[in-house]
Ligand binder design. Structure first.
Ligand SMILES: Nc1ncnc2c1ncn2[C@@H]1O[C@H](COP(=O)(O)OP(=O)(O)OP(=O)(O)O)[C@@H](O)[C@H]1O
Ligand SMILES: [Mg+2]
Length: 499
């Protein structure tokens, strides 16, 4: 087509045991938002990393503005106007915003020294042009995720990027921050920039995308104008079959109280205060609220990762002696963390070890040695139940796609056979098909009499799966909604009580 700014032709990429990209052809027009969709492990990130020169393609060509080119590093790609806002933000945390932005290409003064004033001025102009208002001298580490992302976008703009790739950019943003990002995307598009947008959030795609390319198992299924698609069509293209129900039925018997939290207040004065609630056997208790409501802080405190100033936690009526993860695990609690990168995975260890690491105690034989065979077998079974996509159980977890890493973490906690499972954003970064599998496992667990606390920012999930929903706003409990009262409106009303 005439105004294709980018064409990738016949791209193939093997990893040991995986054909990640199989003869992929993909083209993007300038001045459009092009969504790249597909199940976990479909090859989306790999395709973009090939474009960006992070991975070397086995075969294929890249045609940028009608000229064949190949990048050997991210710096090459950026110099040619191809920028990528990474899933994992990649800054130097201890340096300032300005230093990060101009790293390796600092402006020099007449004496050939770094011109700090110009660097700061230019950074300020760039950020303000994107409607971000924070200090170019601030340390990167002191910024929020959204601000750090702003820096990466500013860097792309500074390179005059004609293509900007965004890989799951909204996963940790608040609603206002998402709206801000979308404004920027629209602005870039109107200037002729092509945006390649990867996300598992269907609503976002229909809000922002012009075209959608769907991938499955390393192949491109097709490219469609977003207007020709709807949710159901898109899902069936991605998973290769119709998915008529988004949630399985939750049929459980609600039993006795198994967890009671009494007046729990965080040690950090800016965190949650005076939280009390009960959880019953067989119950899925949703925990809703906006990003920043202190939900993660609360569940981490219950699990003993964060310090509390006062309050009590009772499991089956007995107070936890000390609130420490070890005691929590012994008392039958499990926690699937929200941020798998910093608190979840051990990148350089295998999937087996990553899965088994929290339940080694259950796999000792009579003389106290690890029963490797049983352990490996259970770890494998658990992962296959969740359809974790991997060449083998010995593969390093860092080589899995984002969503598949999340499934390993979930397998880990399922293997500890917890009575009370706390799940923090359990389906973040997970594709629609796999979400259903996770929901089914949740439904099975509560059917067996276990209890679940599910922190979620996804309304449909809170509404579709919870028996009750607690809502937090600015560290306070602002609502307890019974099944019949759980709606988008009631949740939002409680979630914004103080704004
Ligand atoms: N560095 C690597 N080494 C080995 N295998 C890899 C590596 N990177 C990706 N893979 C494999 O390539 C396949 C495609 O992965 P990719 O990360 O591109 O998926 P994705 O579509 O981005 O999925 P997600 O939605 O979960 O992020 C997967 O099977 C993955 O395990
Ligand atoms: Mg990915």
């Amino acid at each position: 087509m005439a105004n294709n700014i980018l064409e990738m032709r016949g791209v193939t990429k093997h990893f040991p045991g995986v054909l990640a990209l199989d003869d992929v052809t993909f083209s993007v027009q300038s001045g459009t938002v092009h969504a790249l969709m597909g199940e976990n492990g479909a090859g989306k990130s790999t395709l973009m990393k090939c474009l960006f020169g992070i991975y070397k393609m086995d075969a294929g060509s890249i045609i940028l503005k009608d000229r064949e080119c190949r990048f050997y590093s991210a710096a090459d790609a950026m110099a040619a106007g191809v920028s990528m806002i990474h899933q994992e933000l990649s800054n130097v945390p201890e340096r300032s915003v300005a230093q990060n932005l101009w790293l390796g290409r600092e402006p020099l003064n007449k004496l050939r020294l770094i011109d700090h004033q110009k660097m700061f001025r230019d950074t300020k102009t760039l950020l303000e042009g994107l409607n971000y208002h924070f200090d170019p001298g601030a340390r990167m580490a002191s910024l929020s995720i959204s601000q750090q992302q702003g820096c990466e976008i500013a860097r792309a703009v500074s390179y005059n990027a004609s293509i900007v790739v965004m890989d799951e950019p909204t996963s940790s943003l608040t609603e206002n921050e998402v709206a801000h990002l979308f404004e920027i995307i629209r602005e870039l598009r109107s200037k002729g920039v092509a945006i390649i947008y990867i996300s598992h959030k269907m609503e976002e795609i229909f809000q922002i995308a012009d075209d959608v390319t769907v991938m499955r198992d390393g192949k491109v299924i097709g490219t469609y104008p977003a207007n020709d698609l709807n949710g159901d069509k898109l899902i069936s293209l991605m998973v290769g079959r119709d998915l008529t129900h988004r949630f399985p039925p939750v049929e459980s018997h609600i039993g006795d109280v198994c967890l009671e939290v009494k007046n729990l207040t965080a040690a950090n004065p800016r965190s949650f205060k005076n939280i009390s609630f009960q959880l019953r056997k067989g119950e899925i208790l949703g925990l809703g609220g906006l990003v920043g409501a202190q939900r993660t802080e609360l569940v981490e405190a219950i699990f003993g990762i964060r310090d509390v100033a006062s309050g009590e936690i009772l499991v089956d009526g007995k107070p936890l002696r000390k609130i420490r993860p070890r005691n929590a695990i012994e008392a039958g609690l499990g926690l699937v963390t929200e941020d798998r990168r910093s608190t979840g995975i051990f990148p350089l260890l295998s999937i087996t070890v990553n899965t088994a690491i929290a339940s080694l105690g259950n796999y000792r034989n009579k003389i106290g040695l690890l029963d490797h065979k049983k352990l490996t077998g259970t770890a494998a079974k658990q992962n296959s139940q969740l359809n974790t996509k991997t060449p083998s159980m010995g593969t390093l977890i860092q080589n899995l796609s984002g969503g598949n890493q999340q499934k390993v973490i979930l397998s880990r906690w399922l293997m500890t056979l917890p009575e009370i499972l706390i799940m923090d954003e359990p389906t973040r970064g997970i594709d629609v098909g796999a979400k259903y599998e996770i929901y089914t496992i949740m439904a099975d667990l509560v059917k067996q009499g276990k209890a679940i606390i599910m922190v979620s920012s996804e309304m449909p999930e809170l509404i579709g799966m919870s028996h009750r929903v607690l809502v937090l706003c600015a560290g306070q409990l602002t609502g307890t909604l019974e099944k019949a009262d759980i709606t988008q409106e009631t949740i939002m009303r409680c979630a914004t009580r103080f704004s």
